[in-house]
Design a protein around this ligand. Sequence first.
Ligand code: 26Q
Length: 762
Amino acid sequence: MDVKQRMQELSQAKYGQELSQCGDEQLYHVLLQFTQELSQSRPAPKGERKLYYFSAEFLIGKLLSNNLLALGVFDQVSQVLAECGHTLSAVEEVEPEPSLGNGGLGRLAACFLDSIAALGLPGDGVGLNYHYGLFEQKLENNKQSERPNPWIGDESWLIPTGKEFEVPFGFGPVRAKLFDIAVPGAHTGIANRLHLFDVENPAPAPEGGIDFDKHDLPARLTSFLYPDDSDEAGRLLRVYQQYFMVSAGAQLVLKELEERGFDVHTISDHVVIQINDTHPSMVIPELVRLLTQKGLTMDEAVEQVAKTCAYTNHTILAEALEKWPLTFIEKVAPQLAPIIKELDTRAKAAHSDPKVAIIQGEAGKEVVHMAHMDIHYGYSVNGVAALHTDILKSSELKPFNDIYPGKFNNKTNGVTLRRWLEVCNPKLAALLDECVGKEWRCDPNRLNKLMDFYNDTSVLDRIQAIKAENKRALADTLRREQGIEMDPESVFDIQVKRLHEYKRQQMNALYVIRKYLDIKAGKIPERPVTVIFGAKAAPAYVMAKHIIHLILCLRQLIENDPQVHPWLRVVMVENYNVSWAEKLIPACDISEQISLASKEASGTGNMKFMANGAVTLGTRDGANVEIADLVGPDNIYSFGASSNWIIELYEQKARDHKLGYQSEIYYQRPDVKPLVDFLLNPVLTQYGDADALKALWTDITGKDWFMSLLDVESYISARDRAIHDYGDKPFWARKMLVNTARCGFFSSDRTIAQYNKDIWRL
Ligand code: 26Q
C-alpha cells in the first residue's frame, strides 16, 4: 500500500485540498481515518478459545502513534509528514486523550490489550464508554479543582457496531449500545477489539465542575469514570455502572459463542473471562443467570462459570476491597440477589469458616464481599507482583489459600515497551537498535545484551546525551504549556502517580522541607535538584487534597526565595495523565517509588522509569523488589522498613494500640520534628490555607497511618546518597545502562505470555 497516496486521497476527500496544504488539525483527522481503515482491514485472530478482559477501566491514552507503530507504518507516516513540513508529535497534540482509567489498574489493562494483540492471541477488552473519563485537574490558588474531560468529538476512535443489548435494571430495561476501538497487534497482521458499552441517550457535560445528579439514570450511567466512593448516591451509581457493563458484556460473550458455532453447555472450553479487580465481579452471577435462562441447570451453570472466570487482585488495602450492601444489588439488579445468595449458600455449605463467606453481616445489614465471590467461583486468583502474591497467600487471603492452594498464582505486571520506550523515547530506542540489534523490539530480553557496553564510554556518553536532550525537551514543553521554569542541568527527581497517603508524596514533601531548611541555614546542597510531582487526588479524598496543597505551597515559597531556588525547585505538573507521563518518564534521573512496604501491589510506573534509564529510589515494595533483584544493589537506592516488619507493626496495632507504630517518632527524633512542624510555620502558611496544613500536621503527628515518619530518615539519607552519586557521570551512566538492560522482564508481552500459559491457554 502506498501510504502517501492514501493520505493524499483522504485529504482531498475530506478537505478538498492537498496534503501539503493541511494544518495539524486536518492532518490529525486524515491520519485518524487512515489508521482506522488499516486497523479495520485486519482480521481477528482465530482460535478455539477466546479471552474477554473485563475491566471498569482502560486507560488507553492517545492512540495515534501507538497504532501507527502497531500497523507498521510509523516511519512512513513520519516521513510523509516531514515532507509536508509537519511532525507526528505536533499532529498528535491535536488528539484528545481518552482518560478512561484512574491510574495503574486502568493503564495495565491498556498495556495488556496491546500485548495480547502483539502476541496474536484472540482476546478483547470489555468496558464502559465514559464520556468524560477521569476529571481534568486544574491547579489554582495552590489547590486542585476538577473539570469534565470530554474526549469524544465528531470523529474519534470509536466504531459504532450497531450491536445492542438490553440490561434489566430494577427500575426497568436500558439498552446498551456497543462501540468498538480497534486494537491492532504489532508484528502480527491481526486486530482485536476493545468493546465499550454506552447508553442510548447520554447526558451532556455538567456545567462548571464535575458534580451532577447521580439519580439521573440512565442518561448519566456512562458520564464519568468513578473517582471515589465517598457518598451514598455515588456508590449506588457505581453498582449501576458495574451491572450495565457486565450484563451487556456477558450477553456479548454468549452471542459470540453462538456465532462461533459452539454449544452453550461447553462455554468453559471456548471462553475465558479475566476479571480485573472486583469491579466486574457481578459477571459471575449474571453469567449464571443467563446460562440457566439458556437451559443449563443451576449446577451446570455454576460449574461452567467457575471454569470460565479468573480473577486478578490489585490491592490489599481493606478500604479498596469492594463490599456492596445486599440492598444495593436488590435495588440495581433484583434478579441477581437470589443467585448471589445461592452462591453464598453453596460456599457456606462447603466451608464453615465465616471469614470466607460471600455474604457477611447480620440480617438486614448484609454485605456482598465481591472478592470472596471471585475466589470461590473463579478458577484462578492472581496477584500482580511476587511480594504482593506472597502477602495475599500468607496473610490477606490466607484462609482462601488454605482451601484452594492451587488457585493462587503470581503474574508480575509489565508495561508495553512499544509505547513506553519505542514511542516515548525514540532516541534511546535507536541507540538500542545500534547496540543490541532491532530484535529487542520483538524480544525485549535481548536488551540484556546492552550489558556488553558497560564499559563502553562512547555508549555511556550517548545514553547521557539522550537523557540531557529529553530533559531539555521536557523543560521546553513545561515552559510553553504551563509557564514552568526549570533548570535542565539540575537533577530531575520525579514522583508521578495518583495521590494517596500510602504512596507517601507527603514523605517526599518532608524531604523538600529538609533541604529548604538546610539551605536557609547556609548548608548548600551538592548540586541543584528539581523535584517534580504529578498527581490527581480523588475529589472527595480530603487528606490527599491537603497533600497537594502542601506541595503547591512549598513550590510557591521556594519560587519566591532567590536564595533557595537555584538549588531546589518544586514543580507540580497540572493534569498529570498518560500524555504527560510519556514526556516526563524519558526525562527522569531519579524515580521515586516510596510507598509504605506491603501497600503498593506492584506499581508499573517504576518499570517505565527503569526502562528509560532512570534510577529507582524506592522501598522494597511491590515490583520494586523484583527491580532490585534484576539490577542488583548498586543500581537502585533501596531504603525503609521491610514489608514483614510493617505487617507485624499493623498486627501489633490491631492487638494493642500502645505497642504498634503511633508516630511516636515525632517526639523521639530531634531531626524529624522540625520537618513536620514546618507545616505550621507562617513562612509556609502565608501561601495557603493554614487550617488544611494544620489538619495534615495533626494527621502526621497523631496517626500517620502510612508511617511516613518511620522511614523518613532512611529516605533522606538514601536520597542524598543518590544525588551525590549523580555527580560522578560515568558511575551514574552505568546505573542508567543497567536499568535499561534489565527491563526486558517487565515487558507486558512476558506478562501476557505467562497469563496465557498458566491461566488462559488460548
Ligand atoms: C473501588 C470502589 C469504589 C470506587 C472506586 C474503586 C476503585 C477504583 C480504582 C478501586 C481501585 C482502583 C484502582 C486501583 C489501582 O489502580 N491499583 C493499582 O493496580 C496496579 C496494576 O496492577 C498496580 O501496579 C498498583 O500497585 C495498584 O495500586
